[in-house]
Design a binder for this molecule. Structure first.
Ligand SMILES: NC(=O)c1ccc[n+]([C@@H]2O[C@H](COP(=O)([O-])OP(=O)(O)OC[C@H]3O[C@@H](n4cnc5c(N)ncnc54)[C@H](OP(=O)(O)O)[C@@H]3O)[C@@H](O)[C@H]2O)c1
Length: 370
């Protein structure tokens, strides 16, 4: 039987908060079957997964990651462990010829990124990196709107990942540490960097960043502001912080020479965006466009859909990434969110952290020459 018509086996390493979401996504895809979980302690793992809403009562368990790699009935490995384990486990999975769903951040330094790139390149396996916002209706709409030309040429973009993560987070024991969490951008704000790249379609060429620390308990700075040169002429900013006294906010601003998308509002200046035409062109049934008013009373358009408004992974669209990976494996095509693309996001994060450590000195991109 070929890969295209048999049920694919999946093994998951990591048995925490996000693993539970991947388990649900695996169980909802008709072409895959969850074969085995891998964790450090079975009773605790099963209890945690059940608490986070995943039923793994009929799924095998192992403490040895190698068991997932040796199993001939496992085709896909989902890596959902703390950040410092991702690279090692992804490289091992690629070497074992397993397809990979890899949690962000992919690698925590240049060496790890290069190792992942080379291993996946050699093994020719399919990968998808868990920048799950690509499947959020609003981020998907923002990407489409720019790509379809409704905003014109992008001049400025700002993406903000503002989430006050404290000891209530299930991964608090490792995320706050420098060895395993590493930095705010690597642990969290990489979502904003990635969304900026995807939504603008522009690659950062240089960054300059400042960071600071307000929130106690972390071994790394808890806020970073990154100025970005985007492509040839555009500029942008990424803010990644755990310090602000507000609910989780994922801010999106895309300013083109034709129109602007600021969070849920489409604004313009010289030439109006036609609501009727935009409605006709909008390919997403789950995105509703309504007449609205800008702050100055002028006409605007409101985008109504599921916004990236929650830090709770139970509300994140993990189904989309699992379905895309499975589709790519079955049809032999490349995913749009593979480790090679994600590497570019990670390089921006590493460059920004490097710049902030050096007091804001600009750092050029890419860091890794192919
Ligand atoms: N894409 C997204 O939107 C998103 C959202 C949240 C998190 N994440 C990412 O997902 C990953 C997991 O985060 P989480 O929130 O699920 O954290 P978590 O709840 O702490 O889960 C981590 C799991 O890894 C296990 N683990 C810890 N150390 C291990 C080791 N040395 N060997 C094997 N397993 C080990 C833990 O098991 P024990 O029970 O034994 O400690 C725990 O089950 C992180 O990389 C995070 O950045 C991504």
């Amino acid at each position: 039987m070929t890969l295209s018509n048999r049920t694919l086996g999946v093994g998951v390493v990591g048995t925490g908060w996000v693993a539970a979401s991947h388990v649900r996504a695996i169980q909802a895809n008709p072409h895959v079957r969850l074969v085995r979980m891998c964790g450090r302690q079975e009773t605790r793992a099963r209890e945690k997964l059940a608490r986070f809403g995943a039923d793994v009562s009929d799924v095998g368990f192992t403490r040895r990651y190698q068991d997932l790699l040796d199993a001939s009935n496992i085709d896909i490995v989902v890596v959902a462990t703390p950040n410092h384990l991702h690279a090692e486990q992804a490289v091992a999975a690629a070497n074992a010829k397993k397809h990979i769903l890899l949690e962000k951040p992919t690698g925590l330094d240049i060496r790890e990124l290069v190792r992942i790139r080379d291993a996946v390149h050699r093994a020719k396996v399919r990968t998808i990196v868990s920048f799950v916002l690509h499947y959020n209706p609003f981020i998907r709409f923002a990407h489409w709107m720019r790509k379809a030309g409704w905003l014109g040429t992008i001049r400025y973009a700002r993406f903000q990942y503002l989430s006050r993560i404290l000891s209530g987070y299930p991964g608090w024991s490792w995320v706050r540490r420098a060895d395993s969490g590493r930095s705010h951008l690597l642990a969290a704000g990489c979502h904003a960097v990635d969304a900026m790249r995807w939504c603008t379609g522009l690659e950062p060429t240089e960054v300059s960043a400042y960071h600071t620390k307000f929130t106690k308990g972390y071994q790394w700075p808890t806020s970073i502001v990154v100025n970005v040169k985007l492509g040839r002429r555009a500029i942008g900013q990424v803010v990644s912080s755990t310090d602000f006294m507000m609910p989780y906010t994922f801010g999106v601003e895309l300013m083109g020479d034709r129109a602007t998308l600021v969070d849920g509002l489409i604004l313009w200046n010289d030439k109006a965006v036609s609501l009727a035409e935009l409605r006709r062109a909008n390919p997403f049934p789950d995105v509703v466009l309504r007449e609205a008013r800008a702050a100055d009373g002028n006409p605007a358009i409101r985008v109504e859909c599921d916004m990236p408004a929650s830090a709770d992974v139970r509300q994140h669209p993990f189904q989309g990434e699992m379905d895309e990976l499975v589709h790519c494996i079955r049809t032999g095509c490349e995913s749009h969110l593979n480790v090679f693309d994600a590497q570019k996001t990670m390089e921006v994060c590493l460059a920004a952290d490097r710049s902030a450590i050096r007091g804001g000195r600009p750092v050029s991109l890419p860091l890794i020459r192919s």
